[in-house]
Ligand binder design. Structure first.
Ligand code: UDP
Length: 409
């Protein structure tokens, strides 16, 4: 992978990674999240762990597991940390959350207690730290969601654990919190060589048209997302319906799947199907979790990609689409604002009406369409590739390892 990455990012970027890795060769690095399948965190770790291995690092990825009530609790955390109002997590669920973390701590005890660096991703495993009073290594809480306006109840509860970490990482400055340790800003990334993002030949892209009954001669609008309310699939359908009035040839694809740790997916999928109301030009696709080449092909087959989230930690789907040279209409929120630069590689929107206006503008102005298409790939190459991401992670580990060293290269 390193040699192929070098052909994209150049020698010095890879050389830098190799030099950083040399400082960490004898260290055990462990990543913990709550699912190996579905959603952005699993996507990131699926790509980052093999790259760390190729750099000669001892990196392991484990997940916490629990019963249905645990995921119910952590989905409430997710929703309420991202600002969902008028809810309280009952004490019974908070107890199950802590108990589940304790059970997982016992199962993973030796690995975590002896690790030199532990990355805990998101709130689901955040309480693990409580059960390692004599831990050897440095523990980092890596937050992937938008916690700029969290529920006070949930943040107060989680902060008792998160405050014990040695550092935390957020995807953008707006998400940083008042915490008694250093906070770092590191944006996520995509792997340009993965099945999700690699170049596809014409036949592979065309397969998406035939497989999903799409007409390649008519415009295709695509959103790829888990069926989650913050992704606003209903808002996408509203935008599509507004566009359809003046551009009747438009087709909409809403491609999603489920994540093992997301109990609400089937409900939101049902709501989406109801809103689609059997319109033959709306294709709601429920894809298997390993449909990476299919998603790649759909992103390449689309004319415009939309990611109309109302909250978004980062939005890898935006990065993936920009990399494929697609103009992106993105919800004006969180990590999408890092990626979609208005009138440069896409447009930021606040409402279905705004999204419809921009889609119509793009479909009726070829010069604008071509100008925006040209910018995406370079922008991702400069900012959001896996090499930059791993470089920043490794730099952080070197800093944590030598907190008093005043030399950073
Ligand atoms: N994804 C997928 N299949 C789906 C829906 C999403 O493989 O049916 C992928 C998508 O391509 C992206 C990741 O899951 O790589 C979603 O990451 P993002 O940051 O956009 O959102 P999250 O799900 O983490 O909120």
């Amino acid at each position: 992978m390193l040699a192929e990455l070098e052909s994209i990012v150049g020698f010095s970027e890879i050389d830098h990674l190799v030099r950083l890795a040399n400082f960490l060769k004898d260290k055990k690095i462990v990543h913990i999240n709550s699912t190996k399948i579905g959603g952005g965190v699993a996507e990131l770790l699926t790509n980052i762990i093999p790259l760390k291995h190729e750099l000669g690092l001892d990196a392991t990825w484990e997940i916490v597991v629990g019963q249905a009530e645990f995921y119910k609790c952590t989905k409430m955390f997710h929703n309420m940390l991202q600002g969902m109002k008028n809810q309280i997590v009952p004490d019974t669920l908070l107890k199950i959350y802590e108990q589940t973390n304790e059970e997982n701590a016992q199962r993973l005890f030796n690995l975590l207690n002896e690790a030199d660096f532990v990355f805990i991703h998101d709130p689901q495993p955040a309480a693990l730290i409580k059960f390692f009073p004599n831990r050897k290594g440095k523990w980092v809480w890596r937050c992937h969601i938008d916690i700029s306006r969290p529920s006070r109840q949930v943040w107060k509860f989680l902060k008792q654990f998160i405050a014990q970490y040695d550092a935390s990482i957020f995807s953008l400055v707006d998400f940083a919190r008042n915490l008694p340790h250093p906070q770092y800003i590191i944006a996520p990334s995509i792997n340009p060589l993965s099945d999700k993002n690699k170049e596809l030949n014409k036949e592979e892209v065309e397969k998406a048209y035939t497989e999903f009954n799409l007409d390649p001669t008519r415009p295709i609008l695509l959103q790829v997302s888990r069926f989650d309310r913050f992704k606003d699939p209903i808002g996408v359908i509203s935008a599509y319906k507004l566009v359809k009035k003046s551009i009747p040839s438009i087709q909409l694809v809403l491609a999603g799947g489920s994540a093992d740790d997301d109990p609400e997916g089937s409900i939101v999928l049902e709501e989406t199907l109801t809103a689609a109301n059997s319109d033959n030009d709306i294709h709601v696709l429920s894809l298997p979790s390993d449909a990476n080449v299919t998603i790649n092909a759909l992103q390449r087959a689309a004319d415009i990609v939309i990611q109309k989230s109302t909250k978004e930690g980062f939005g890898l789907t935006v990065t993936e689409s920009l990399w494929k040279g697609k103009p992106v209409i993105g919800g004006n929120t969180g990590g999408i604002r890092l990626q979609v630069i208005n009138n440069y590689n896409g447009f930021l929107v606040n409402t279905p009406e705004g999204a419809a206006l921009r889609i119509k503008q793009l479909l009726s102005d070829q010069d604008l369409f071509k100008r925006l298409k040209r910018k995406g790939k370079e922008f991702v190459k400069d900012n959001f590739l896996i090499t930059r991401h791993v470089r920043e992670y490794l730099t952080l580990l070197v800093i944590l390892q030598q907190p008093s060293a005043n030399v950073i290269w």
